[in-house]
Design a protein around this ligand. Structure first.
Ligand code: SF4
Ligand code: SF4
Length: 466
C-alpha cells in the first residue's frame, strides 16, 4: 500500500530512544521510538510492523491518499470558522490616548506625535455608544462584552466618561474588563466599587519586585509606580473587585519573577480568590531584530526553565502560556477538552474586536490604535467601515500567505501577527513567524523526559505508537 506523510507532522527528539510526535491538524500527540520515526522519514513504510503503522494512519500521521488530508483540513477549517464567525464582537472603549506613565517599552510612546485626539469628547463618546448598539444589533443582537483600554483609561480627566461607560454596561447587563496601569485606583475607587457587580476584573501590570518595576514602569517625572500600584491592588481587594496581575517579562527582568512572587505571597495575593496572575511576553512587533531584552523565544524559554528548576511552585503557577508555540501541545497533553486547531492568528483576523477611540475611528488591533492608516472604520460623525482596510486584516489567512500554505504549524499558528507584518513587510503577504520549531525542540530537550514519564505513568494504555 502506498502511503504519504501528513503535511502537519511535528517531530521532536526527547532522548536517544524516544521522540514526541504531534499532528497539528488532528491534534494527535504520541510518543514514538526514534527508529520507527526514522523509517517514516525515509518513507520505508514496508519495514514498519503492522500495529504501529495502522496507529499512525489512524491518528493522521500517514495517509493512503493526500487528498484525504486536504478534505479533513477543509472540514475542520469550515467547522472552526462556523463557530468562530458566530462569536459576538467585543467593544473596547478608549476614553483616552493619553497615559500618565512613561514605561520603557511602551508601544504607544509616539501617540501624541501621530494623533492629536488625546481624549474622547462628549460628542465622540455619544457616537461610540450609538455605534456599539448598531454593530451589536448587526452581529449578535446584544452587547456581550465591554472593555476599557487606552492610553490610560483611569484618569481624573476621564472619570466622567468611564462612569458613563460603566453605566452603559450596567443598563445592558454586560460585564466590563478594565486594562489599567493601576496608579489611579484610589482616585476612581468610588465609581469602580459602585459598579463592582458589573466589573469582571481589572488588569494591572507589574514588572518585578519594587526596584525592578520602578525602573521600567514610571511616571513621566521618572518616579517609580510600584507602591501606588500595590496600594491600588489592596484597595481593590478591600472593595471586593477582582484583579488580574499581568507580569510583563523579557530577557532582562525574567529572573526577578521569584522575588515578585515572594512579595505577592507576603501580601497574601497568591491565595486571594479575587486575584489571578499571569506572565505576559514583551515583544517588538515593529522589528525582526533581537537585542539584550527581546531575544528568540527558545532562549527565553531556557532561562525560564532554569528558574522553574529552582522554584517548581512557579512552574505550577505560571506554566508556559507565554510561548505561543507550546500552548496547543500543552493543552492537549494537559487533557483540556475540545482542543481544535485554530486556523487564525488572533481576533483581528475575524474583526472580533472593535476598538472605539478618541479620534472617532474604529481599530481592530489594540497595538494599532492611534495610527489612522490601520483603522477599519469610523463611528464619528457617522458609522462606516473602510472596506479596503477591513479586507487588509481579514485576508491575512493561511490560505492567502504563500509561506503559510506550506507550513506544518499553520493549523495552530494561523498566519502570524498581521500588525507586525504590516509594519515590517509593508502589506506584502509575508508572515512574521513565531519560532515554533526552535521553541518546541528546546522544550522537549528540557522537559521531554517529564512528558515521557507522564505518558508512561498515566497514559501507557493509550500510547498507540511504541
Ligand atoms: S506565520 Fe510562519 S509559522 Fe505561522 S503558519 Fe505562517 S509560515 Fe507557519
Ligand atoms: S494583530 Fe498582532 S499585535 Fe494585533 S492583536 Fe493580533 S497578535 Fe496582537
Amino acid at each position: 500500500m502506498e502511503l504519504y506523510s501528513s503535511k502537519y507532522n511535528y517531530h521532536g527528539v526527547i532522548n536517544s530512544k524516544h521522540s514526541l510526535i504531534n499532528n497539528t491538524l488532528t491534534g494527535a500527540v504520541d510518543i514514538i521510538e526514534n527508529n520507527i520515526w526514522n523509517l517514516i522519514e525515509a518513507q520505508k513504510f514496508n519495514l514498519i510492523e503492522k500495529d504501529p503503522l495502522s496507529n499512525l494512519i489512524e491518528r493522521g500521521y500517514l495517509y493512503g491518499d493526500p487528498k484525504e488530508e486536504k478534505k479533513l483540513f477543509y472540514t475542520l477549517y469550515n467547522s472552526f470558522m462556523k463557530k468562530a464567525t458566530s462569536r459576538p464582537i467585543r467593544f473596547v472603549f478608549c476614553p483616552s490616548y493619553y497615559c500618565n506613565l512613561k514605561c520603557i517599552y511602551c508601544f504607544e510612546k509616539n501617540f501624541s506625535y501621530y494623533n492629536s485626539h488625546q481624549f474622547m469628547s462628549d460628542a465622540v463618546f455619544t457616537k461610540s455608544v450609538d455605534a456599539m448598539e448598531k454593530l451589536a444589533e448587526e452581529y449578535s443582537g446584544r452587547v456581550y462584552a465591554i472593555e476599557l483600554f487606552g492610553g490610560e483609561p483611569l484618569l481624573k480627566r476621564t472619570k466622567r466618561t468611564v462612569e458613563k461607560i460603566l453605566e452603559a454596561a450596567k443598563s445592558r447587563k454586560t460585564s466590563v474588563t478594565i486594562v489599567t496601569n493601576g496608579v489611579n485606583i484610589e482616585k476612581l475607587i468610588d465609581i469602580l466599587s459602585q459598579h463592582k457587580n458589573n466589573i469582571e476584573y481589572l488588569q494591572i501590570t507589574i514588572d518585578g519586585p519594587p526596584d525592578i518595576h520602578n525602573k521600567r514602569r514610571k511616571y513621566k517625572s521618572g518616579r517609580g509606580t510600584f507602591d501606588k500600584i500595590s496600594n491600588g491592588i489592596d484597595l481593590l481587594i478591600k472593595n471586593n473587585l477582582k484583579t488580574k496581575i499581568r507580569i510583563n517579562v523579557d530577557y532582562s527582568n525574567i529572573e526577578y519573577i521569584p522575588s515578585l512572587y515572594e512579595y505577592m505571597h507576603h501580601k497574601k495575593w497568591i491565595t486571594n480568590k479575587n486575584i489571578k496572575s499571569q506572565l505576559s511576553l514583551i515583544g517588538d512587533h515593529s522589528s525582526l531584530e533581537y537585542n539584550n531584552v527581546i531575544v528568540p523565544g527558545e532562549i527565553l524559554l531556557k532561562k525560564l526553565i532554569k528558574i522553574y528548576d529552582l522554584h517548581p511552585e512557579l512552574e505550577e503557577a505560571f506554566g508556559y502560556h507565554i510561548f505561543k508555540p507550546l500552548r496547543h501541545l500543552l493543552d492537549i497533553i494537559g487533557g483540556a477538552p475540545n482542543i481544535s486547531p485554530k486556523f487564525i492568528n488572533c481576533e483581528t483576523n475575524l474583526l472580533e474586536l472593535h476598538i472605539l477611540c478618541p479620534d472617532g475611528l474604529i481599530y481592530a488591533c489594540p497595538e494599532s490604535i492611534g495610527y489612522p492608516e490601520y483603522a477599519i472604520g469610523k463611528f464619528y460623525p457617522n458609522l462606516e467601515y473602510f472596506e479596503y482596510k477591513v479586507k487588509l486584516w481579514k485576508e491575512r489567512t493561511i490560505f492567502n500567505i504563500p509561506k503559510c500554505r506550506e507550513c506544518k504549524f499553520s493549523p495552530i499558528c494561523g498566519g502570524g501577527c498581521s500588525y507586525s507584518s504590516f509594519l515590517i513587510h509593508k502589506g506584502d503577504m509575508v508572515p512574521v513567524c513565531e519560532r515554533y520549531q526552535e521553541v518546541l525542540d528546546t522544550f522537549l530537550k528540557l522537559r521531554g523526559e517529564k512528558i515521557l514519564k507522564k505518558f508512561i505513568d498515566g497514559l501507557s494504555k493509550d500510547i498507540p505508537v511504541e
